[in-house]
Design a binder for this molecule. Structure first.
Ligand SMILES: [Zn+2]
Length: 442
């Protein structure tokens, strides 16, 4: 009885509408057709879109619940493909959560998930739990060697993803890569269980998949947060990467790699990884190779550009960290520009909380703005944040567009974002699977 009451209270976080819901707005962005459709209506039933288009062409069912968004524009819910709900960077941020238990960690992740959703992000991919936290929470003990009772416990990310999926907690759809698969001496290797050689890598990959991961994340080179070792060094060997891609492929699981160097990227792309993260030092040759292989690039450009420097100051980042950020910033920007020029598949990812304040807006929106500054059209940037991200996930038959049959993940902004991407800064309405979580214009 009390549990049922609690569930009802939690569900009240979003307005539930059993009846058909109709959204009226000044227009909508059709990311599939690449068109701005004025005078728009979207009909939602059972959490899915059943009709969308010009008001004159859409039949509105009798006695449906109409939400009139006036002058606002509708677009698909934003998708952020590089999010760590458990993010913990060196400095005061790490100090604040120094003694965090696993229970406290899950609560923090749930809060970050809720805030991500309210910022307009309806799907996130978590490319691995954040390694630097692990040592403190004691979570990254190799589960393969744990006693059975603990080993079979659901990891925090998988537990949270399921709670969100069941509607118990408000949050974006959470697709997770579990714990990063790493090698001795690699990025994040101070704390994660370590694997060396293809046999270890196969076991680690299978282990993450069994625990609930639907992506595998590899760290094939050093990173900004690795205190020792160059960002550009290719640390993981070809046979190790190939072993992971092989096992993941057998399970229908995709693989992405944290990469800082062109040399490491080449090995990974040739081995068949589905995507590369950050890509600080990607050159034109490797970007062309990625285009030819259909490899995805998730730039996370906000992590190295001036818009985020306030953020790093706020969280008390140490000087060695800031030096690294500045060092990679210029090359990272050039890699993004070239990737756009070469027509590489790009999906938006921020590597910061989707809602993190940056330059007067959120990390997700600032990331999209940077794509336009680096050469994308506003439509291309919107696609990177919606349908292209869905393509990368292999979920583009149900996510990332305002089309019949798609999940009713819908946000609204003040103005047409195809004319000016910064319209995203005014985002004030969030619906996920037909449920309204935010409406600033009510
Ligand atoms: Zn990351």
């Amino acid at each position: 009885m009390r549990l049922a009451l609690l569930a009802t209270l939690l569900l009240a976080a979003g307005t539930v509408c059993a009846q058909t819901v109709v959204l009226r707005a000044a227009g909508l962005v059709d990311v599939l057709a690449g068109e701005a459709v004025p005078d728009a209506v979207v009909v939602v039933d059972g959490g899915r879109i059943v009709a969308a288009g010009r008001a004159a062409t859409v039949e509105v069912p009798q006695d449906s619940h109409v939400i009139d968004l006036g002058d606002q524009w509708l677009l698909p819910g934003l998708m952020n493909m590089h999010v760590h709900l458990d993010l913990l960077l060196p400095g005061t941020m790490a100090a604040t959560h120094a003694n965090e238990s696993e229970a406290e960690l899950v609560l923090r992740m749930a809060d970050n998930a809720h805030r991500s959703l309210l910022s307009g992000v309806t799907t996130v991919r978590q490319p691995a739990m954040f390694p630097s936290l692990a040592a403190r929470a004691g979570r990254f003990t190799d589960r393969a060697t744990m006693p059975d009772r603990r080993r079979d416990a659901r990891p925090p990310d998988v537990a949270l993803a399921r709670a969100i999926e069941r509607g118990v907690l408000p949050g974006p759809r959470l697709i997770t890569a579990g714990e990063m698969v790493n090698i001795t001496g690699g990025h994040g290797a101070a704390v994660t269980p370590l694997h060396d050689g293809p046999y270890d890598m196969r076991k680690a990959t299978r282990y993450q998949i069994r625990a609930g991961a639907t992506w595998i994340k590899l760290a094939i080179s050093g990173g900004i947060a690795t205190p020792v070792g160059g960002i550009g060094q290719p640390l993981m060997t070809r046979d190790e990467i190939e072993a992971v891609v092989d096992i993941a492929g057998r399970h229908g699981v995709r693989v992405t790699a944290h990469v800082g160097s062109a040399e490491a990227a080449r090995v990974a792309v040739e081995a068949g990884v589905n995507g590369l993260e950050h890509g600080y030092f990607l050159d034109r040759d490797i970007l062309r190779l990625m285009r030819d292989h259909g490899t995805w690039f998730v730039p996370t450009i906000v992590v190295s550009q001036p818009a985020t420097f306030d953020f790093f100051e706020r969280i008390g980042s140490p000087e060695w960290y800031m030096e690294r950020v500045r060092e990679v910033g210029r090359d990272h920007w050039r890699a993004l520009e070239m990737a756009i020029e070469e027509g590489v598949n790009i999906a938006l990812g921020s590597d910061q909380h989707p809602f993190e304040p940056n330059d007067g807006t959120t990390a997700t929106v600032r990331e999209a703005e940077y794509y336009v500054e680096a050469g994308m059209t506003p439509l291309q940037a919107l696609r990177a944040a919606t349908i292209d991200a869905a393509r990368m996930l292999g979920m583009d038959d149900s996510l990332g567009a305002l089309s019949p049959g798609f999940e009713a993940d819908i946000v609204a902004v003040d103005g047409n974002p195809m004319e000016d991407i910064s319209a995203l800064r005014t985002l004030g309405f969030v619906m996920r699977e037909g449920r309204v979580y935010r409406n600033d214009w009510e």
